[in-house]
Design a protein around this ligand. Structure first.
Ligand SMILES: Cc1cc2nc3c(=O)[nH]c(=O)nc-3n(C[C@H](O)[C@H](O)[C@H](O)COP(=O)(O)OP(=O)(O)OC[C@H]3O[C@@H](n4cnc5c(N)ncnc54)[C@H](O)[C@@H]3O)c2cc1C
Length: 408
């Protein structure tokens, strides 16, 4: 990291460990969007940090981006997830072939810290994907968008929405696929403000409904069905060495939250004395939990996962500097890293509750929220078993791929 990047991480760290951590309990309790945190990050140009300087972005290294994300997650997991979903989308757009709307949106992100959200999942509470998603139809020079999708993290802070939709080509014809980038304020687009998860409650991952939203054809990217098939077969959605930044951000979020869970657990065992309300009657003398061998062992296991997680992620980031010998070798390293960090999140979350017990799992203690955020961060990205199977296939020399955090 260069000096200015180190200073940027320090500034974000001061915000995350100070005001973000102070606000986190209220944001979680109310399920409200962390608007103040986001405004403070915008003032530092963080939404455009990953975009190149030629566009007006900060052009930070992958290492700096991940350190920034980890620090934010330490203070507030929701702010980190909302920001990272924006970064993932901006990253995705920057690898698309240029078209005027995409170029204008990326420039707004880079120069003005404008934010984007992407509702790509079925709506909250909906379990059938056949009832979800957006459809477009042609009307002269325009495309008309209808439909509903969900989990649009950052929606309350976003200026733009990335909409992926099918374009109806009439009976018997396969639908094309299109991408549009309307503004959140456009007529015909509504954010439903209905996010109500148990973890990551401040991400504003609301459903977004389109009802007759009008998009000029000149502002959309339409991919014909036949081309889409070829692209899908070539697994163009797979992560490659130059397109892993946003996905790695999720791992940094797990790391930041796991560090918070660890620190809170260490502080707890130092304070916690004895067991039940009844004083020690006839049993062995009780002391602080930090003196108990089983608690020390639990902390040791957590430290093992945390520090090996940090080392494994750091190792991959260093190796990104030079091309991997082959795309398959990159993919195997990526899957191994995601798997290890995911297991770390699972182990540290469970370890914190195993060591602390019910008295830490109460609303008044931050560990309870951090535990839920770690679970929220876990369910949102990749799948533990699938990663293992992919690793095995790679070891057998079978071709493997890894896609973005939303999975296959
Ligand atoms: C905080 C948060 C923010 C999010 N933000 C966004 C966003 O901005 N935009 C967006 O589009 N979406 C977002 N999502 C949604 C996210 O993309 C989905 O939650 C994710 O894709 C997983 O889908 P699912 O929840 O339906 O789980 P499922 O796909 O149903 O998976 C559930 C579990 O089933 C098992 N499983 C499923 N498939 C396999 C398999 N092939 N092999 C082995 N095990 C398997 C695993 O144990 C897995 O954890 C967000 C989610 C969360 C929690």
């Amino acid at each position: 990291m260069e000096q200015w990047e180190t200073e940027l991480v320090e500034k974000v760290r001061a915000l995350a460990h100070g005001p973000f951590a102070d606000r986190a309990a209220r944001i979680d309790r109310e399920g409200s969007f962390p608007a103040e945190n986001v405004a403070e990050l915008k003032a530092l140009g963080i939404p455009g940090m990953a975009l190149p300087r030629s566009l007006g972005g900060l052009g930070v290294s992958v290492e700096t981006q991940l350190r920034v994300t980890e620090e934010i997650a330490y203070g507030d997991g929701s702010t980190a997830v909302a920001l990272n979903m924006h970064i993932l989308i901006a990253d995705f757009l920057s690898f698309l072939p240029p078209f005027p709307r995409r170029n204008a949106v990326l420039e707004d992100v880079a120069r003005n810290s404008a934010l984007i959200c992407g509702p790509g999942s079925v709506p909250t509470g909906e379990l059938d994907s056949r009832r979800a998603g957006y459809r477009m139809r042609e009307d002269g020079d325009h495309l008309i968008v209808d439909g509903r999708a969900g989990f649009a993290s950052m929606s309350e802070g976003a200026t733009y929405v990335m909409i992926g939709a099918t374009v109806d080509r009439g009976e018997g014809n396969e639908a094309d696929v299109a991408l549009a980038l309307p503004r959140t304020s456009d007529a015909g687009l509504r954010i439903l403000n209905n996010w109500d998860a148990m973890g990551m409650r401040g991400t504003a991952s609301h459903d977004i409904v389109c009802e007759g939203l009008v998009v000029p054809k000149s502002e959309a990217l339409v991919i014909p069905a036949a081309l889409m098939k070829v692209l899908a077969q070539g697994q163009v959605g797979g992560l490659t060495q130059d397109r892993a930044r946003g996905a790695l951000g999720i791992l940094a979020i797990w790391l930041g939250l796991a560090q918070a869970a660890f620190d809170l657990t260490v502080a707890y065992v130092r304070e916690r004395h004895g067991y039940l309300a009844t004083p020690d009657v006839g049993g062995a003398p009780v002391g602080f939990r930090a003196e108990e061998p089983w608690a020390q062992l639990g902390l040791g296991a957590m430290e093992h996962w945390l520090e090996t997680g940090r080392a494994v992620l750091g190792d991959l980031v260093r190796r990104l500097d030079r091309p991997f010998p082959s795309p398959q070798q990159f993919t195997r390293a990526m899957v191994r890293t995601v798997y290890h960090l995911r297991r770390m999140g699972e182990e540290v979350a469970m370890g914190s509750m195993r060591v602390c017990g019910a008295h830490a799992y109460v609303r008044s203690r931050p560990l309870e929220r951090v535990f839920r955020d770690l679970m929220g961060g876990n369910v949102m990205a990749w799948k533990t078993d699938q990663l293992l199977q992919t690793l095995g296939q790679g070891a057998l020399g079978m071709p493997i791929s890894i896609v973005g955090p939303a999975g296959t």
